[in-house]
Design a protein around this ligand. Structure first.
Ligand SMILES: NC(=O)c1ccc[n+]([C@@H]2O[C@H](COP(=O)([O-])OP(=O)(O)OC[C@H]3O[C@@H](n4cnc5c(N)ncnc54)[C@H](O)[C@@H]3O)[C@@H](O)[C@H]2O)c1
Length: 380
């Protein structure tokens, strides 16, 4: 599933080098939000807390939803629109917050980038591989910042594990194991869709696993099923093994219909490096242990020593949705590239799409890659 897109070669190494920072000091920066459904309230709460940012428009195919949302947040003067074209014409935003359903994302984001907006989209970056590559390329061509709401890497536990890894305590990371077991009765579209676990939820765990591993997998073998007790139509459980460069693995086991002994929403983790291991239960229980010398003569196991998992530092970026949104705005102010820029985030979507391909075809599959001129300078 490798994508080779025919496009002119770029001579800049970093496509973000050409992005012009927003001139924050001169006037309030204008943002509009499209997709006034469930998640839009979380977005608006985060956006309205940012100084110097003004919400100038709301849009939804269901215009009444946009009107309702404006009323709830006391946004009396904003433009109300029934779609992206009307929103861009009426509100003339600098920034688009895209909270539409995945199937509508490509058309909405393309229009916004073409109109000169910087765009922060909900996950997933796109609904297909082709759309994802096209959007990364469109943002680079437009010279605009384009990033994805990958809020579950902006949590304290993931940042603390990453800090432990960065300190070298575990040595080089060879294995990242992730368990996600929940049993929610969502009702609605999730209970009817294909690949519900892999498509709708696993991207959060896959994205955090990439961050912890510090590298992107090359291929995956995935089995997907729908257990007898499942109240979903398809794909409520899955197990995937991703191969990392240098022989390491990321493993994922998940279920949307795991009654009893459920994990936290942020999954349960075990990280294994060349010197030791760390675990996090997804809530407040951390443990780390490292090898402390050679096994004494005749002993089976090497002696071990517990090490503390570092606490958060002020520079660690957390806050879920609010954290990603703040980082996106900081990148606009400074001219930098957000941690979840679309070209960086592409690899998380690639894990999902390759896992689905592997489950459907019942064979190992390679992860798709971005064309080289878009990917250069990217990290996990
Ligand atoms: N990051 C997270 O933790 C998280 C959690 C849940 C959902 N999501 C993501 O958020 C996005 C939205 O999910 P939701 O639960 O809010 O869905 P939702 O169905 O409640 O809301 C989506 C809204 O978008 C509107 N819409 C659809 N197409 C449109 C278009 N072309 N123009 C304007 N409006 C359009 C719909 O009318 C609807 O009101 C999805 O991408 C979903 O995957 C993320």
């Amino acid at each position: 599933m490798r994508v080779h897109r025919q496009r002119p070669c770029r001579d800049t190494v970093n496509v973000y080098a050409g992005v012009r920072p927003v001139r924050w000091e001169e006037a309030p920066v204008r943002a509009a939000l499209i997709g006034c459904g469930n998640m839009s309230r979380t977005w608006l709460r985060a956006a309205l807390a940012i100084e110097g940012l003004t919400i100038v428009g709301l849009a939804d195919l269901d215009r009444a939803a946009a009107i309702r949302l404006a009323g709830e947040f006391g946004l009396d003067d904003v433009a109300i629109a029934g779609g992206i074209d009307e929103l861009l014409a009426l509100a003339r935003p600098d920034i688009l917050f895209d909270v539409v359903v995945p199937a509508a994302r490509h058309a909405v984001v393309r229009r916004a980038l073409a109109a000169g907006c910087h765009v922060l989209s909900e996950k997933p970056l796109a609904d297909t591989l082709e759309h994802a590559v096209d959007l990364v390329a469109a943002a680079a061509d437009a010279g605009r910042v384009h990033a994805v709401m990958q809020n579950r890497r902006y949590v304290a536990g993931i940042r603390r594990l990453r800090r432990l890894i960065d300190a070298g305590a575990l040595g080089d990371i060879d294995e990242v194991h992730c368990d996600f077991f929940k049993a929610p009765h969502f009702g609605g579209f999730r209970e009817q869709m294909d690949h519900v676990l892999l498509l709708d939820m696993a991207i959060h765990s896959f994205d955090a696993a990439r961050l912890l591993a510090g590298s992107d997998p090359a291929n995956v073998m995935c089995r997907e099923g729908n257990p007898r007790k499942s109240w979903y139509r398809a794909g409520a459980s899955a197990a995937a093994v991703f191969s990392l460069p240098e022989g390491g693995v990321i493993t994922y086991r998940g279920s949307w219909c795991a009654n009893g002994l459920q994990t936290e929403w942020d999954s349960a983790w075990r990280i294994i490096g060349t010197r030791g291991s760390a675990t996090w239960d997804g809530a407040d229980r951390f443990a780390a242990e490292i090898v402390d010398g050679l096994p004494p003569g005749g002993e089976l196991f090497a002696p071990l020593r517990a090490v503390p998992v570092p606490t958060l530092e002020p520079s660690d970026r957390i806050g879920g949705h609010a954290g990603v949104l703040r980082d996106f705005i900081d990148a606009l102010r400074s001219g930098g590239e957000p941690e979840t820029s679309s070209r960086r985030n592409f690899a998380s979507l690639a894990m999902v799409l390759a896992a689905i391909e592997s489950a459907e075809q019942q064979r190992p599959c390679e992860l798709p890659r971005l064309p080289i001129e878009l990917a250069q300078g990217h990290d996990a």
